[in-house]
Design a protein around this ligand. Structure first.
Ligand code: SF4
Length: 249
């Protein structure tokens, strides 16, 4: 049986601190195998934010069957883009071919809409270009390739950023490129931004537009980081999230 180690740290949210205790493999591990763990940490933050919203008398309006936000520009970490490709590759036929066809269609529609080049260089865009990027993307009406019957078909494995997007406003507003009146639940931390650091670093905050995740991961098969001990990966993410090391640094 694989040797395991225990890790514990305090996750501070506002004035509250949540003690997080994890048991992880001692042997080096690929970063993407830890994504479920990071999703779990993200939910600690999200659940706390939902609790605060409910205490203010607000109600989350997101529910199964509303895919309004799934036609927005969704940017994921490189690590999650690789994992989405692994997920699709593991799908049984004919589902795999159908999902792959939806990815190809999304890329073709981005190209027709003259947005593919910008989607491929998301983090090189200027602030002004970024401001207009999501409305331009939404105007094309491209559904996420995982959207089926207006619900997420990979709900348990969806990227962290999809988990973090919860609103208390009318669902219809999320479908409007103007985005006016949308009230997202404010989070004290965004783990979706921190997991980018699993394959990022000084001056490198590259994210991948979800609709291009397959083509990106197929174009980058050899530059996945070497496995590292889980404690090191967790430290990379939490240092980005909290500014503190879980290893006492
Ligand atoms: S992965 Fe799921 S939740 Fe995220 S945009 Fe796609 S369909 Fe929506």
């Amino acid at each position: 049986m694989a040797e395991m180690v225990n890790i514990a740290f305090d996750l501070k949210m506002g004035t509250e601190a949540v003690r997080v205790a994890l048991t992880v493999p001692a042997a080096p591990i690929a970063a993407r195998r830890l994504l479920p763990l990071f999703q779990g940490i993200a939910h600690q933050v999200i659940d706390a934010a939902v609790g605060e919203a409910e205490a203010r008398g607000e109600t989350v309006s997101c529910k199964a069957g509303c895919g309004a936000c799934c036609r927005q520009l969704v940017a994921v970490s490189k690590t999650e883009a690789r994992q989405l490709r692994t997920l699709v590759d593991a799908m049984p036929e004919p589902r795999r071919t159908a999902v792959r066809a939806r990815f190809a269609d999304a890329v073709a529609r981005l190209e027709q809409g003259r947005l593919l080049d910008d989607a491929r260089r998301l983090d090189a865009l200027s602030d002004d270009e970024m401001v207009t990027m999501n409305p331009r993307y939404m105007a094309l009406g491209i559904p996420c390739p995982f959207l089926e019957e207006e619900s997420c078909s990979i709900h348990p494995q969806r990227p962290v950023v999809c988990r973090e997007y919860l609103v208390t406003s009318s669902p219809a507003l999320c479908a409007s490129p103007a985005f006016a009146g949308v009230r997202p639940i404010p989070l004290r931390a965004h783990l979706s931004r921190s997991v980018v650091m699993l394959e990022g670093g000084e001056g490198d905050y590259t994210r991948v537009v979800l609709a291009t995740a397959l083509e990106w991961s197929e174009a980058h098969p050899d530059d996945e980081p070497e496995p590292r001990p889980a404690a090191e990966w967790i430290d990379v993410v939490l240092r980005e999230m909290t500014g503190r090391s879980i290893r006492g640094g």
